[in-house]
Write a protein that binds this ligand. Structure first.
Ligand SMILES: [Zn+2]
Ligand SMILES: [Zn+2]
Length: 783
C-alpha cells in the first residue's frame, strides 16, 4: 500500500476558466503529490506520483472541494509505473484533434473583485474590467478551445508585469485568469457623443454617463454580450422617449437596480427570488411590483410584474457608484431601464461600429469599450412560479435549480450543456422561427445556444448562421443529420434543407408540438421509450395536416406521438397577420361557433362596418383563412370578447394582460366540452358572452376562463390515464408562461395523483424547442 505509483487522471465537465488548475495545484501541494496538471481540449488531465491511498484521497477531494464555478461530469483514472517527478506543475495546454469540452457561461463579478473595485487603495480601483478565476467574461469572449487567453478577445491586450506576475503565481486568485487586466494594460472605456466626438475617457466617461442619465438622456452602454439602452427608470419623459425611438409601444423594459435594498423598495420578493437575483448568473427576474412604487408605469404598461436584474459586471457597479470612498450602500443613482440595444426586431448590437451605425437614432451618447464581444448574448429572463411547499429541505442553490422557470435562457446559462438521459449522435437542430435557439448534441450533452431571436430578417439569420458555425467549431461537432421544424417556410427550416444538401446528410423534420413535449421530457431527464401525456399549449405550430396547431393533448415518447385530443378548429382570417388583431380572431371564432356578432361586443365595435363585411365574406369563402387549434389564439379571442384588448403590439400581449387582471378569489369556471377527440369551446364562450352581457368584471371573466381550462386539462388527462395507464403529464409550449394557468393546472393534476413535469432548465416557449427537435431527431436517426 505504501508503494509509489503514478496515476493518470482525466476529468470532463466545466473545468476550464473556473480556477480548476490552481485548485488542483493547491490540493496536490497539500497532499505532497508530485506531477502535473494541464488543460486539453477534452477537459483536464492530471498525472501524479504518490501512494495509492493518497492518490485516492486526492481524487475524493477533487470532487468534494470543487471550486464553486466548476462542475465535474466524469473522472477516469489508471495507475501506472511511477514517473519520478520532482515537483508539481501546471503545464501548457494541449489541443487534441476532435476532442471537446463544455465552456463556462459568463459569470457576474465576485465579492472579492467587487471589494477591490471600490477600494481606493487597490490598483484596480474603479477599473471596469476587473475579474479573476471566480468571475468575469467567458462564453462571450471565447473564440476557440482550449480556453486560453490567445483564444479569447483579450488576445490583443499584452499583460503588464504586475498582471503577468498574478497570472503566473499559482497561489494568486488571478492565476491563469484568462481575461486578467488592469488600468495599465487592459481594455478601456470612453464616452462618445452621437456625432462621434469623445466626451470623456476612462473613469470620467462613467461619471459623465451618470450625469447624462440623471438629466434624462438615453445612453447606449456596451456590456458583456451586447449593447443596452439605458435611461432613468423614474423619469417618465426619458422612458417615453426611449419607447418612441425604439418603436416599442407597450412591451415591457427590464430594469437594473443597484442592490437588493433598492429592489425591496419597488417589488415584493420571497427568499428564492432574492437568491435568484443575487445568483452568479444574474438573470432578469420577474417580480411583483409594489403598489405605489415610483417606477414609472411606462416601464411595463398594464402589467403587475416588472423584470429586474442586479448589476453583473464591474462596469455596471461603477454606473451605480460615485467616486472615492463611497461604499456600496450609499447609492444615489436611481434604477435604470436596461433594454437590448437594437431596433425592435433586430439582434442586439455587439460591435462598436455596428452600434454607431444602428443605434445613432436611439442613443444620445455611447459608453464604449475596446474589448470585443465574440458572441452576442442577451440577458436571461426568469421567474419563480409559486407552488405550495412540499416540505423537502434542500440547499438554496438546489432549490433555485428545481424552482426556476425560464422565459429566456441566454447570458449566464448558455452554453452550459444539458445532460441528457442517454447518449445521442452528433446532430444540429435548427429550432423554431420565433425566439430561436438552436441545439447541437454530442454524447450525453445538448448544447443549446444563446437566444438568437425572431428569424424574420437578414440580420437575425446572419446571427443564427454565425452562431451555428461557432458552436460546431467550439464543441467539435460534425452533425450526422440536421433536424428542423415541419414548417417548410421557417428560415431555420430552409437553412436546414440547405445544410443537409450541402453536407449530404439526412434531414429530419419534427412536428412542433411533439418537439415541445420531447423538450420537456429531456428537461426532466426522462429515459427513452417512456410515454407521457403531453399538453402542448402554444400560439403557432405547423400541423401535419397543414392547419395551425396549438391546443394539443398528445400521448408521446421521444420517437413518436399520437394527437389524442385537440381544440376544435376555427378559422384564422389572414393567417399569422391576424395575431395583431385579437378582435378579428374573436369574430372569426364566433362565426365558427354560429354565434351572432352582437353590436355591443367590444370586437364588433373595434371594426368598422366595411371591415366586418369584408371579414364575413373572407370567412364564408375561406379566403386566406387557415384553420387553427391554437390555445394562444383562443386566449386572444377571450381577452377581446371580455373587452380587454382588441389590438396588440407585441406577441401574446392580450393573453399576458388577461392573466394580469385575473381575480384570484373567483372560483367559477366556463364549461369546455370534450366530444370524441375534439374540445368544443361553444359552451365556454356562450358563458363568457353571458357574463359580458351581465356586466361581470373582466377580472372575474379572466378567472373563469383560466379555471375552465384547468378543469378541461384535468378531465382530458384523467380520460387519457384511464385508456393508456400513463400517469405522467408534461406541460410545454408558450401558453405555459401564464403563471395562473400553470400553477392551477399543476396543483389540480397533482391532486388527481399525476406526476407533473414542467420545465426548469429551458423555456416552455419556443426558446426550448430545439432541444426537443434534437431528442426526436436522435431517436429517428439511422432508423
Ligand atoms: Zn473575481
Ligand atoms: Zn495589468
Amino acid at each position: 500500500m505504501n508503494d509509489i505509483s503514478s496515476a493518470n487522471i482525466h476529468i470532463t465537465g466545466i473545468v476550464q476558466g473556473v480556477g480548476f488548475r490552481p485548485f488542483v495545484y493547491g490540493l496536490a501541494i497539500r497532499l505532497g503529490l508530485k506531477g502535473w496538471v494541464k488543460n486539453t481540449s477534452a477537459g483536464v488531465e492530471i498525472q501524479v506520483d504518490g501512494t495509492a491511498e493518497i492518490i485516492l484521497s486526492f481524487i475524493r477531494s477533487l470532487k468534494s472541494e470543487l471550486p464553486s464555478l466548476a462542475r465535474i461530469d466524469s473522472i477516469e483514472f489508471d495507475f501506472e509505473a511511477p514517473r519520478e517527478f520532482s515537483s508539481f506543475e501546471i503545464i501548457n495546454s494541449e489541443s487534441l484533434v476532435g476532442a471537446f469540452q463544455p465552456i463556462s457561461p459568463d459569470v457576474s463579478i465576485c465579492p472579492d473583485c467587487l471589494r477591490e473595485l471600490l477600494d481606493p487603495h487597490d490598483r484596480r480601483y474603479r477599473y471596469p474590467f476587473i475579474n479573476c478565476t471566480n468571475c468575469g467574461p467567458r462564453f462571450t469572449i471565447i473564440t476557440d478551445i482550449p480556453y486560453d487567453r490567445s483564444n479569447t478577445t483579450m488576445a490583443p491586450f499584452v499583460m503588464c508585469p504586475d498582471c503577468a506576475a498574478e497570472y503566473t503565481n499559482p497561489l494568486n486568485r488571478r492565476f491563469h485568469a484568462q481575461p486578467v487586466a488592469c488600468p495599465v494594460c487592459g481594455p478601456q472605456a470612453w464616452l462618445e457623443a452621437a456625432d462621434g466626438h469623445r466626451i470623456a475617457e476612462r473613469n470620467d466617461a462613467i461619471l459623465s454617463a451618470q450625469e447624462l442619465l440623471a438629466n434624462g438622456k438615453i445612453i447606449a452602454i456596451k456590456g458583456l454580450g451586447g449593447f443596452h439602452l439605458a435611461c432613468d427608470a423614474l423619469n417618465i419623459e426619458a422612458v417615453s422617449e426611449l419607447r418612441r425611438r425604439k418603436l416599442r409601444v407597450d412591451k415591457p423594459f427590464a430594469l437594473m437596480m443597484p442592490d437588493l435594498k433598492a429592489v425591496d423598495e419597488q417589488c415584493d420578493m420571497n427568499e428564492l427570488e432574492r437568491a435568484l437575483l443575487e445568483s452568479r448568473q444574474r438573470p432578469i427576474v420577474l417580480l411583483q411590483r409594489r403598489p405605489g412604487s415610483p417606477i414609472v408605469a411606462e416601464v411595463a404598461p398594464n402589467q403587475m410584474t416588472i423584470g429586474v436584474m442586479l448589476p453583473y459586471t464591474p462596469f455596471h457597479y461603477l454606473l451605480f457608484t460615485r467616486e472615492s470612498g463611497v461604499g456600496l450602500h450609499s447609492f444615489d443613482i436611481r434604477p435604470l431601464v436596461m433594454t437590448s440595444g437594437n431596433l425592435s426586431d433586430e439582434p442586439i448590437a455587439t460591435d462598436n461600429d455596428e452600434a454607431r451605425l444602428k443605434l445613432a437614432s436611439l442613443a444620445d451618447a455611447f459608453l464604449f469599450h475596446d474589448r470585443d464581444i465574440q458572441t452576442r448574448c442577451d440577458d436571461s429572463v426568469t421567474r419563480i412560479p409559486f407552488f405550495k411547499e412540499n416540505g423537502r429541505t434542500v440547499s438554496k442553490e438546489e432549490k433555485i435549480k428545481t424552482s426556476i422557470y425560464f422565459l429566456r435562457r441566454s447570458r449566464g446559462y448558455a452554453p452550459d450543456p444539458l445532460q441528457l438521459p442517454f447518449e445521442v449522435p452528433e446532430l444540429l437542430a435548427t429550432g423554431p422561427e420565433l425566439k430561436n435557439t438552436f441545439c447541437v448534441t454530442r454524447k450525453r450533452y445538448a448544447f443549446i445556444s444563446h437566444h438568437i431571436g425572431d428569424m424574420e430578417n437578414y440580420e437575425t439569420m446572419q446571427s443564427f448562421e454565425e452562431g451555428v458555425k461557432h458552436f460546431e467549431r467550439l464543441f467539435r461537432i460534425n452533425p450526422g443529420a440536421i433536424v428542423c421544424d415541419f414548417h417548410p417556410d421557417y428560415l431555420s427550416s430552409r437553412y436546414a434543407f440547405r445544410r443537409s444538401q450541402q453536407d449530404n446528410i439526412p434531414l429530419i423534420r419534427v412536428q412542433h408540438h411533439h418537439a415541445h413535449i420531447a423538450a420537456c421530457m429531456a428537461d426532466n431527464d426522462l429515459p427513452d421509450h417512456h410515454l407521457v401525456i403531453g399538453l402542448a399549449f402554444d400560439g403557432t405550430g405547423y400541423g401535419e395536416d397543414g392547419a395551425i396547431w396549438g391546443g394539443e393533448f398528445l400521448v408521446a415518447d421521444y420517437a413518436a406521438y399520437q394527437r389524442s385530443f385537440h381544440l376544435d378548429y376555427f378559422p384564422l382570417p389572414g393567417g399569422d397577420a391576424a395575431i395583431k388583431r385579437p378582435a378579428r380572431i374573436a369574430l372569426a371564432l364566433l362565426w365558427q361557433l354560429g354565434i351572432d356578432w352582437d353590436d355591443q361586443l367590444a370586437p364588433v365595435k373595434d371594426l368598422c362596418f366595411e371591415e366586418r363585411q369584408a371579414l364575413r365574406i373572407q370567412l364564408e369563402r375561406g379566403l386566406n383563412t387557415p384553420r387553427t387549434s391554437s390555445m394562444g389564439r383562443l386566449f386572444d379571442a377571450a381577452a377581446a370578447l371580455a373587452g380587454l384588448r382588441q389590438r396588440v403590439n407585441y406577441e401574446a400581449q392580450a393573453a399576458i394582460e388577461f392573466e394580469a387582471v385575473l381575480d384570484p378569489l373567483e372560483s367559477g369556471a366556463y364549461l369546455f366540452i370534450v366530444r370524441e377527440n375534439l374540445v368544443d369551446v361553444r359552451e365556454a364562450f356562450r358563458g363568457l358572452l353571458e357574463d359580458v352581457a351581465f356586466g361581470v368584471s373582466i377580472p372575474r371573466i379572466s378567472a373563469r376562463f383560466h379555471n375552465g381550462l384547468v378543469v378541461l386539462s384535468r378531465q382530458v388527462c384523467a380520460s387519457l390515464r384511464s385508456t393508456t395507464g400513463i400517469n405522467e403529464v408534461a406541460l410545454s409550449g408558450g401558453v405555459w408562461q401564464n403563471m395562473a394557468l400553470l400553477v392551477r393546472t399543476v396543483q389540480g393534476l397533482r391532486k388527481d395523483g399525476f406526476n407533473v413535469l414542467i420545465h426548469h432548465q429551458i423555456p416552455a416557449n419556443d426558446g426550448g424547442l430545439s432541444l426537443g427537435q434534437a431528442m426526436v431527431g436522435a431517436n429517428r436517426y439511422g432508423s
